[in-house]
Design a protein around this ligand. Structure first.
Ligand SMILES: [Zn+2]
Length: 279
């Protein structure tokens, strides 16, 4: 009996020990992370970095503080030295003038003169004309003729027609064409006001008369009055023939101012520069 009781006691003790050891091995629930610290469960947003301090804005009124532009050509100048002032534009190294085809072709004997600049008058490429080709020879033109290429170019054909008239009618020819006024800075008819004459642009000639190979000197002043004389006929032929080569021809019958010469020019008349004045 004692043995049975002893076994029973031993069994109960073992069970008690097993109960105690089993309780000790059961893991306790881990505390939640929120319970481990006092930090708040929701993370707050971080503070944004402070914006940069506003910088002063440079205005066009403060160019001195602007950085100097870099020199694209040369190295920067040493301190204390300043760039040289830009040079003034210089005049072209040559005088620009145009050549005259009639001179190039040998129809007019002339030298180029410097440009004429006088108040509102002048021309860029004047010529000093000494002679024109007529009927195969160079006919001298006296009077110190200064004219432009246009008038110089119209002369040979006109002078040749007059020379041909003399050959056919009077069996002589022109020895010299005498010119009075060519270039002159003045108004029309020498007026104190009004339009400038084409003489002012070296585009007009006043022919005083013709020296002939037979020794005569036929002048407008002395020869025009007698229309039936040899001189009168020659001068009228010369006047009318000029109207085919120039746009303006004025003789003694135009007005008293032209009683002693034939004025010829190449002024523009009419809207298309094709009208002519032949008086
Ligand atoms: Zn004139």
């Amino acid at each position: 009996m004692r043995f049975i009781l002893a076994c029973l006691f031993a069994t109960m003790s073992f069970a008690a020990l097993a109960q105690e050891s089993g309780d000790a091995t059961v893991p306790l629930p881990k505390p939640r992370p929120a319970e481990l610290s006092s930090a708040p469960a929701v993370q707050l947003p971080r503070h944004r970095p402070a914006p940069p301090a506003p910088q002063p804005v440079e205005t066009p009124d403060t160019p001195a503080e602007a950085p100097a532009p870099s020199d694209p050509i040369g190295p920067p100048l040493p301190p204390g030295e300043h760039a040289a002032e830009p040079a003034e534009p210089t005049a072209p190294p040559r005088i620009y003038q145009t050549a005259c085809p009639a001179v190039l072709l040998g129809k007019v004997e002339a030298k180029a003169l410097p440009p004429i600049e006088e108040k509102l008058c002048g021309t860029q490429s004047p010529l000093s004309v000494a002679g024109v080709l007529a009927n195969g020879r160079m006919v001298p033109i006296s009077g110190g003729v200064e004219t432009d290429c246009g008038v110089a170019s119209a002369l040979p054909a006109w002078i040749e027609s007059v020379d041909s008239y003399l050959k056919a009618r009077d069996n002589t020819e022109i020895a010299e064409v005498v010119v009075g006024t060519s270039y002159m800075c003045r108004n029309v008819n020498n007026g104190s006001d009004g339009n400038l004459s084409f003489h002012a642009f070296a585009d007009a000639l006043d022919v005083v008369g013709f020296k002939l190979e037979d020794g005569r000197f036929v002048t407008v002043e002395q020869g025009w009055s007698d229309a039936l004389s040899s001189e009168g006929r020659l001068l009228r032929f010369a006047h009318d023939a000029a109207c085919a080569h120039f746009t303006t021809v004025l003789g003694p019958e135009a007005n008293a101012l032209h009683r002693d010469h034939l004025h010829v020019d190449l002024g523009c008349h009419g809207k298309t520069c094709t009208a002519r004045i032949c008086e």
